[in-house]
Design a protein around this ligand. Structure first.
Ligand code: ADP
Ligand code: 5GP
Length: 190
């Protein structure tokens, strides 16, 4: 395996990051493992505890902050915490796989600052904020308040793009997957 052992991937919510990641996991089976974050947000339909997130209470989240269990954590949306557990990197490293951090932009840059050249930081850019809104509405997972919070945050998140190692625009999905695949082959010598 190359020296780079982690992939950090960030995008404004609704850009298509999960869709792209699922495709990359199919293209590179058994090379990557998803770092499962802890969150205080409610489970969406189809999500599984321990697979998509560790769904925990705010009380437990705060307790784990005090215990020093997080590599990083953010109050991503008002009242909702998301954090990368140190135990996840240990688990993935021991499997000899590349850890994938699917985190918000601040968390992504925080992890990049800690891991430096051991991590490749990739930003997925939506074609426009209007298209982002359409995708979030079509996904039918957010209520009006949560939709507005995600859109409000998108501008700030886009302004972080230049801090990442590379940016891929997700306009045409196939083109975006192919660009990500090429970058990953290069960076991780796959
Ligand atoms: P994220 O993980 O970034 O929040 P998702 O992967 O859940 O985003 O994608 C948001 C929605 O947009 C989903 O309904 C998905 O099917 C759709 N989507 C993803 N990529 C594209 C694309 N290139 N063009 C149109 N719709 C897309
Ligand atoms: P969602 O609620 O749509 O699953 O995720 C909302 C946002 O939280 C996304 O931008 C996602 O990348 C981010 N996120 C998920 N896990 C973490 C984490 O562990 N740390 C940080 N900083 N952000 C996270």
């Amino acid at each position: 395996m190359s020296a780079i052992s982690s992939l950090i991937i960030s995008a404004p919510s609704g850009t298509g990051k999960t869709t792209i990641l699922n495709r990359l996991f199919e293209i590179f089976p058994e090379k990557f493992s998803f770092s499962v974050s802890a969150t205080t947000r409610k489970k969406r339909e189809g999500e599984e505890d321990g697979k998509h997130y560790y769904f925990i209470s705010e009380e437990e989240f705060k307790e784990r902050i005090l215990q020093g269990d997080f590599l990083e954590y953010e109050n991503v949306y008002e009242g909702l915490f998301y954090g990368t557990l140190k135990s996840e990197t240990e688990r993935i490293n021991s499997e000899g796989r590349i850890a994938v951090f699917d985190v918000d932009v601040k968390g992504g840059i925080n992890i990049k600052t800690q891991l430096k050249d051991n991590a490749f930081a990739l930003f997925i850019m939506p074609p426009s904020v209007e298209e982002l809104k359409k995708r979030l509405v079509n996904r039918k997972t957010e209520d009006e308040n949560s939709l507005q919070q995600r859109l409000l945050r998108a501008e700030m998140e886009i302004s972080y793009a230049e801090k990442f190692d590379n940016v891929v625009v997700n306009d045409d999905l196939e083109k975006a997957v192919s660009e990500c695949k090429k970058l990953i082959e290069e960076k991780f010598a796959l």
